[in-house]
Design a protein around this ligand. Sequence first.
Ligand SMILES: Nc1nc2c(ncn2[C@@H]2O[C@H](COP(=O)(O)OP(=O)(O)OP(=O)(O)O)[C@@H](O)[C@H]2O)c(=O)[nH]1
Ligand SMILES: [Mg+2]
Ligand SMILES: [Zn+2]
Ligand SMILES: [Zn+2]
Length: 392
Amino acid sequence: MRSITCPYCFARVLRQRIEFRCMGRSGRGPGCAPVLDKPLAAYLGSPAGASLPPVFAASGTKGRADCPDCGRPTGRRVCPDCHNPLPSAYCDTPGRIVALVGAKNAGKSTYIAVLLHELMNRVGTELDTSLVACDDRTIDRYKRDFARPLFDERRLLPTTASAVTAAREPLVYLLTRSRRSRWGRQANESLALVLFDTAGEDLRSRDVRDLHLRYLEAADAIIFLVDPLELPGARAALREGTEPVTAGDPDSEPINVIARVTEALRQRRGAGPGDRLPVPIAVALTKIDALRPTFERQSALHRTRTRQAVLDLDDREAVDEQIRSLLHGWHAGQLDIYLRQQYTEYALFGLSALGGMPTEDRVGTGGVRPYRVEDPLLWLLHRFGMLDAVRG
Ligand SMILES: Nc1nc2c(ncn2[C@@H]2O[C@H](COP(=O)(O)OP(=O)(O)OP(=O)(O)O)[C@@H](O)[C@H]2O)c(=O)[nH]1
Ligand SMILES: [Mg+2]
Ligand SMILES: [Zn+2]
Ligand SMILES: [Zn+2]
């Protein structure tokens, strides 16, 4: 790999262009004093938090360099464009950027909150993976905007503000998996999980904002979330008089959102008219808990996955089949057909982040009970060669 993609500004960076940040002063030893880092301040949209020891150029293919001003060696590598930190495990293993998209109210923010929580707990233990934030802002934001409201206070998350009014920043994590080889040697494999909580609102208009486009273009995989309650056929199956949140807004219909994203991807990646896009796309119906009463008893969406740290192909196919037939039964077969025409690798999922209906602005009385939220990620880990698959 001669270049990597910055997980913050999504610039392609040649390895030798990667820069370093001085370690700064500690105790009595040498070290540079903090200065205002202009590129970082520009990225953050404010000078707060951008006062740091200086950045300097050196051969970025090496893991360490000596600061030309104070002479102190440093291993802190940064992006030459935005000056955000590039963790060494990220520089050394090809980064995998997972983009998450979906219409307004599809359940993206809730999904991010619950998926990360699962990876830090139950699923992380099962897979023997660690999940480490790559910068302090990710740690703060995850706590403040996701974990505290949803898990501690059991409140639903607010609508994500448009990137026009609030600076959007990705949450950047390094997921490291230890695996024992056939000869008993332990090896670690890492993947950068870059989650960008897009505001559904920003995907409505045809001129998807520039940062979103760069994010999508840089993505090695896409998770596309669909709220089944927005599909007329699914609502009819529930026989409830509930109106969809985005009623009467064709721009927010799942097929239109995915078509806009796909068009943008085709343009940016220069795909020919008949070519399918090679980026794997996981399409997941969210809020499956609301529809479960309408599923047959033997449905794969009543079962829970057996936790064996592998991708169970039989289970995978059963879920995929079931979601496909649900879509066709709900007169949303277009979505399935369109995706098959546009992408070489796509898979269908059904999940519930909350595990039950919320009441007003709060999580239901049973608390957060995630169902199959990790399924899309397991499929992607398998695609990336980090997880084995088995039958039966
Ligand atoms: N029943 C059920 N409802 C859910 C679930 N997840 C989310 N919801 C509901 O969907 C609403 C929207 O979820 P969000 O995660 O905020 O959706 P979003 O895609 O981030 O929306 P924007 O930020 O507006 O783009 C929540 O307030 C809940 O009412 C779930 O797993 N089950
Ligand atoms: Mg949101
Ligand atoms: Zn950058
Ligand atoms: Zn220095």
